[in-house]
Design a binder for this molecule. Structure first.
Ligand SMILES: *Cc1c(COP(=O)(O)O)cnc(C)c1O
Length: 382
């Protein structure tokens, strides 16, 4: 039988049907007045989502493209950067810096832990030549949120250093006001909390970060942020716009504006609390020891059970797609996402299914124990 599919992975995430329909429209020409008007609306909507007055660059790539662009546009050969490495995506900043010949001061953070802003301050004091601090807002591989607000408080007073935040799984999922918190660079992607298919990446830069761009000498072509900015100011993109995805983005931004960020964030907090309470009621532990993520829940698999088996069985028996662990966490954990177009029914269904699957695999769970914990939280008024 072809099972109905439920996508609860931390990217990609489900797309609302209205958004899919918007993307079914005939292809527009990217230099046509009608498309330029849409791009103008999208530029405004992105400012609301990023909570910034700065231009949000719209790139046709996955999130990693904007990460690469951030490195290539801010720094110069031989510069030094501090990289917070607390998971698979922290490692990506390291790899990017290495490729571009950036000297790296690696701040290793134990998986499941958040970075200590005081440690970042000590490193910056010790090495004033550090030009950029690279970090994840939400380290998707471990389900931990790094305290970027506090990191910004450390970095902002230093004129020689910018804070670059990979918010690919965070933006649109929880509070991350770029201007208010003085984040210098915020990078996002379409296929996580933004409810779109993969294929768009975003980057917004503070005035301080744009000053860094002026002096950067690293090579760049497609991901040249200055060229992108100049073009967007004319409601265009330098190369062919990803017109279909931009139509979807227009629909999503209208949806976000209509519901309001506050409500979206409150919903995610509630779904997160329900999911976390449910797995804990089943006797399971969260993988995150500090700042558990609001957009996904990473759970330690019970002793003797491989996390990948939980993932596979949910998929085979119920059509529910969750994620396993990556690299050193592979087999040790499984991860459930609750961001974007995910509702209470899907969370309750997944928790109920998880109870069955854990019993199947030999870990005893009293039927309904997780569901009850989740229901109690979901029943509370926001
Ligand atoms: C998904 C993700 C990425 C990578 O994004 P791609 O879209 O696959 O390039 C980077 N960082 C974080 C934190 C992510 O969750």
């Amino acid at each position: 039988m072809n099972l109905k599919r439920y996508l609860l992975t931390p990217g990609p995430t489900p797309v609302p049907p209205e958004t899919s329909l918007a993307m079914a429209q005939p292809i527009l020409h990217h230099r046509s007045p009608v498309f330029m008007e849409i791009l103008g609306q999208v530029r405004e909507g992105l400012k609301y989502l990023f909570q910034t007055e700065q231009e949000v660059l719209i790139l046709a790539s996955t999130g990693t493209g904007a990460m690469e662009g951030a490195v290539a546009n801010l720094l110069s050969l031989g510069d030094t950067a501090l990289v917070v490495d607390g998971g698979k995506f922290g490692e990506r900043w390291l790899a990017l810096c290495n490729v571009y010949g950036i000297k790296v001061d690696r701040l290793a953070v134990e998986w499941g832990r958040a970075v200590d802003p005081q440690e970042v301050a000590r490193r910056l004091d010790a090495r004033p030549e550090i030009r950029a601090v690279f970090v994840q807002a939400n380290e998707t591989s471990t389900g931990v949120q790094h305290p970027v607000k506090q990191l910004a408080e450390v970095v902002t007073p230093r004129p020689n250093t910018v804070l670059v935040v990979d918010a690919i799984s965070a933006l649109g999922g929880y509070e991350l006001p770029m201007d208010e918190w003085q984040l210098d660079v915020v990078v996002a992607g379409s296929q996580k909390a933004m409810m779109l298919p993969p294929g768009l990446a975003f980057a917004a830069l503070s005035p301080k970060a744009w000053e860094f761009v002026k002096t950067s000498t690293l090579p760049k072509f497609y991901f040249d942020f200055s060229k992108q900015l100049k073009s967007q100011n004319k409601n265009q993109t330098p190369y062919t716009s990803a017109v279909t995805l931009v139509l979807g983005l227009q629909e999503v931004l209208a949806r976000v504006k209509n519901e309001g960020l506050e409500k979206i964030f409150a919903r995610n907090r509630k779904l997160s609390a329900a999911t976390k309470a449910a797995v804990q009621a089943m006797g399971l532990e969260l993988y995150a020891k500090d700042y558990p993520s609001v957009v996904l829940t990473a759970v330690l698999a019970p002793p003797g059970i491989d996390g990948q088996q939980v993932v596979a069985r949910l998929r085979e028996k119920y059509g529910i797609w969750i994620a396993g662990g990556q690299a050193q966490a592979k087999g040790k954990i499984f991860r459930l996402a609750h961001m974007g177009y995910i509702d209470e029914l899907e969370i309750l269904g997944t928790i109920g299914a998880l109870e069955v699957v854990l019993n199947d695999l030999g870990y005893p769970v009293a039927p309904g124990v997780g569901l009850r914990a989740a229901q109690e939280i979901l029943a509370k008024e926001a």
